[in-house]
Design a protein around this ligand. Structure first.
Ligand SMILES: C[S@@+](CC[C@H](N)C(=O)[O-])C[C@H]1O[C@@H](n2cnc3c(N)ncnc32)[C@H](O)[C@@H]1O
Length: 298
């Protein structure tokens, strides 16, 4: 189904990458990536490779089954599997977690979280929570949808990890103690993940982008209120539209002098500057994320 959707446009089957997405969306990619936009779109319309965060045992287990494991950015391996993932020993023993390197770059943007309390806001099914727990963080994951916590708990159990969970609408303030590290991986239009969600190019509208930007603009101040003095806030979205990334953070910084943007550490994926943050460049199977790191005054 995804293979068909990658080639389909609203008018039929398209000739080239720029013709495969609506003109307004192609223009947003050009604004984000300039001359590289066509190459980025072509790459985003290719199937998603399998990226796995693996322990050393996981690498050995996959290779002994005949899978091919190649090192990639952010320590995420690109894997050609010999059998379905869930039938591998590495997956069932909790030695493998699927994650795109750009998604892991959002976690790495927090810096060293070992032993620290981390609030994983809009934590969903807990993929980033799992990566934070792997790095030794004490994670509390918050999401609007309680059912997602069940999926996250099951995945953490498989990985032998733990986190706490809270169900909350983050358009409203959350009454928990501030933490030294807060990650807001906000809900977004997903325009940087067309390779795994090719239907987005057909259903996304400019109004939906604006609506998402409004929601993100409501959530960011509530996330910021949970950052302890001197602490770090990472805001990320898997979208490359200026409205959902740089503009949300720039508006926030205009009204919150207690926060300042910092450079994003630990970036091994290709990226370009984007206002107060960076955009990862979708090439070679990397997704497009906007990532900003903000520091609260001590
Ligand atoms: C980008 S996804 C999170 C992915 C997750 N961080 C991960 O890495 O697995 C965004 C999440 O925001 C949640 N969400 C949407 N609106 C919300 C709200 N008002 N308050 C809290 N969470 C919300 C959605 O349920 C969804 O799980």
């Amino acid at each position: 189904m995804n293979a068909v959707l990658r080639r389909v446009t609203l008018d039929g089957v398209a000739a080239g990458p720029e013709a495969e997405v609506p003109a307004w969306l192609a223009e947003l990619y050009r604004r984000a990536y300039g001359d590289a936009a066509e190459r980025v779109l072509a790459d985003l319309l290719e199937p998603q490779p399998l990226w796995l965060s693996l322990s050393d045992e996981g690498v050995r287990a996959l290779e002994s089954e005949g899978s091919v494991v190649k090192g990639g950015p952010q320590g995420v391996d690109r894997v050609s599997l010999e059998r379905p993932l869930r039938q591998t020993a590495a997956y069932s023993r909790g030695q493998a977690q699927p994650i795109n390197p750009a998604s892991l770059a959002c976690v790495d943007a927090l810096g060293d979280v070992a032993g620290a309390r981390v609030l994983d806001l809009a934590g969903g099914a807990g993929v980033k929570a799992a990566m934070l727990a792997t790095r030794g963080a004490k994670v509390t994951s918050v999401d609007l949808v309680g059912a997602k916590h069940e999926a996250a708990r099951a995945n953490l159990r498989r990985l032998g990890l733990k986190a706490d969970f809270l169900t909350h609408d983050l358009t409203r303030p959350l009454a928990v103690d501030p933490a030294p590290f807060v990650l807001l991986d906000a809900p977004c239009t997903g325009s940087g993940t067309l390779r795994s969600h090719p239907e987005i190019k057909l259903r996304l509208t400019p109004d939906a982008v604006d609506e998402m930007a409004r929601l993100q603009g409501q959530m960011l101040p509530n996330a910021a209120a949970l950052v302890a003095p001197g602490g770090t806030l990472v805001y990320s979205v898997c979208s490359v539209t200026p409205q959902e990334g740089p503009e949300v953070v720039a508006r926030f910084l205009e009204t919150q002098p207690g926060f300042a943007a910092e450079s994003v550490p630990g970036l091994e994926v290709p990226h370009v500057p984007a206002g107060p943050g960076v955009l990862t460049v979708p090439e070679g199977g990397i997704d497009g994320f906007f990532i900003a790191r903000l520091r609260r005054q001590a």
